[in-house]
Design a protein around this ligand. Structure first.
Ligand code: GDP
Length: 478
């Protein structure tokens, strides 16, 4: 750094020292500190565009920035039940894979990839093949991001339904771009325009109407316009500039794991950065192992897996959980040491949790406002009827928001569901239940995740509490 800045090494050390950082000449500085020193010496620092990309994709580290290569998008399909998620996933798989690999046996490993001709090149798209957002939110609740693009399936004969709205909220909260597949256009009564109109009411404005959401009419059952949909996914992926560094040891996320009677623990690993190879030492959560064999989604034995690809891996000593991150190490003993220390940490955490559950409550959020630590209050609102939802939303909007912004992740009529709890847990939100009850399992989920569900039957009380929380004045006992 001193050489680059054309100053004496001691000059850098001195400035750091003045800032309270005791550093030696051979020490490595993090980017932020290096920028600070440079600017302190009057040198402006430009960080390459890749830097913000690195932040977006949490698996990238600073050392990767000079070795970035484009990677395929990882896509999840979401939408209301019966709108055609499974049919669409199967249709894409069938038209794109079975055709090209006559006799190939597709393997259900939790993800599959397809090859698409785009821009005169063959490009890949990887689909996570568990439809629905359960997997998506469960992973996000644990802080893992595996999805680059969400396909929102909406049936053209049915329109926007509660789970459609839920899916939109989830994708938005995770900041994942949405591509809408308006499905079942073959059906009588299908009205893509009505779907677009309804989606507009939820903040998704189609491109052709001046917005920025791509909406593609398809028929999953007749295989109509699937190529158009895939093309759009590649387009969005280009805009997102998805990239990773294949020239390093792999890291990523476990997307499935099960115990096989004869083969032992079998896990599907989604590589998000680096290249995974047979023989690599890997830590996943609190378990470890050496990759003994890998099978891809087409049932083929493979020696390596590049970023964005998923492979089934044999060789882990125990079963990891879906959503666990994995990481490869140069040395097996390093992997073992990390796994052992994590196992110890997990025991410790369980103990801690048993001692004091870490609840995010409206009053704990209020306390944070008081300390100036919170600028956004996330809410999930469920009410008995649509009229109440609108009345409450209307009143919430009236609350002054100069200090703290209200962010409504989801507002809908109906019971409080487990997915609402997942959404709240993933986003540190509080659930407001107005004149409504818990769907089965939801209360247990809230207890388990420590999500605060506040029940009201008088709007005035509800508004009073929220306003109090936003001003940091809520009584801590509440
Ligand atoms: P999921 O619950 O979202 O996974 O929906 P499914 O894929 O199970 O589909 C629900 C029903 O809609 C099934 O009976 C499908 O055959 C049917 N379906 C799915 N896609 C289409 C389509 O494009 N056109 C028509 N006519 N029916 C479809």
């Amino acid at each position: 750094l001193a050489t680059l800045l054309a100053v004496a090494e001691t000059e850098v050390v001195k400035r750091l020292f003045n800032k309270g950082i005791a550093a030696t000449v051979t020490q490595t500085l993090d980017l932020e500190t290096a920028i600070w020193v440079s600017e302190d010496l009057g040198v402006e620092v430009e960080t390459p565009a890749a830097e913000s990309e690195a932040k977006k994709t949490q698996m990238l580290e600073e050392g990767d920035l000079e070795h970035l290569h484009r990677r395929p998008p990882v896509v999840t399909i979401m939408g209301h039940v019966d709108h055609g998620k499974t049919t669409l996933l199967d249709a894409i798989r069938k038209t794109k894979i079975v055709d090209s690999e006559a006799g190939g046996i597709t393997q259900h490993i939790g993800a599959y990839h397809v090859d698409v001709e785009h821009d005169e090149k063959t490009q890949q798209i990887v689909f996570l093949d568990t439809p629905g957002h359960e997997a998506f939110t469960a992973m996000r609740a644990r802080g893992t991001k595996v999805t680059d693009i969400a396909i929102l399936v909406v049936a053209a004969d049915d329109g926007v339904r509660p789970q459609t709205i839920e899916a939109i909220s989830h994708a938005k909260a995770a900041e994942v771009p949405i591509v809408v597949a308006i499905n079942k256009i073959d059906k009588e009564g299908a009205s893509p325009d009505r779907v677009k109109q309804e989606l507009m009411e939820h903040g998704l404005v189609p491109e052709e109407w001046g917005g920025d959401t791509i909406m593609v009419p398809v028929s999953a059952i007749q295989g109509e316009n699937l190529d158009g949909l895939l093309e759009m996914l590649l387009l969005v992926s280009e805009i997102e500039e998805l990239s990773a560094n294949p020239d390093r040891l792999a890291r990523g996320t476990i997307i499935e794991a099960h115990l096989d009677k004869s083969r032992g623990p079998v896990a599907t690993l989604l590589v998000q950065n680096g290249t995974l190879r047979v023989g690599d030492a890997v830590v996943a959560g609190a378990t470890m192992g050496k990759v003994r064999a890998m099978v891809d989604d087409r049932g083929e034995r493979v020696e390596e897996a590049l970023p964005s690809f998923a492979v089934e891996v044999l060789g882990l000593s125990e079963l990891p959980s879906a959503g666990d991150e994995f990481e490869c190490m140069a040395e097996e003993k390093e992997a073992r040491a990390i796994a052992n220390s994590r196992a110890a940490d997990q025991r410790e955490t369980r103990l801690q949790q048993a001692l004091a559950s870490r609840r995010v409550t409206l009053s704990s959020l209020s306390a944070k406002v008081q300390e100036g630590e919170l600028k956004e209050l996330n809410l999930v609102l469920k009410a008995d009827v649509q009229g109440s939802v609108e009345a409450i939303l209307g009143s919430l909007q009236q609350l002054p928001q100069n200090e703290v912004q209200l962010r409504i992740l989801l507002a809908a009529a109906g019971e409080v569901t487990e997915t609402d709890v997942d959404l709240a847990a993933a986003s540190n939100a509080v659930i407001i239940a107005f004149n409504t009850t818990f769907a089965s399992g939801a209360r247990a989920a809230a207890d388990q995740t420590g999500v605060d569900v506040r029940e009201y039957d008088i709007i005035y009380n509800l508004l009073d509490d929220i306003e109090g929380a936003m001003e940091g004045l809520l009584d801590p006992e509440l």
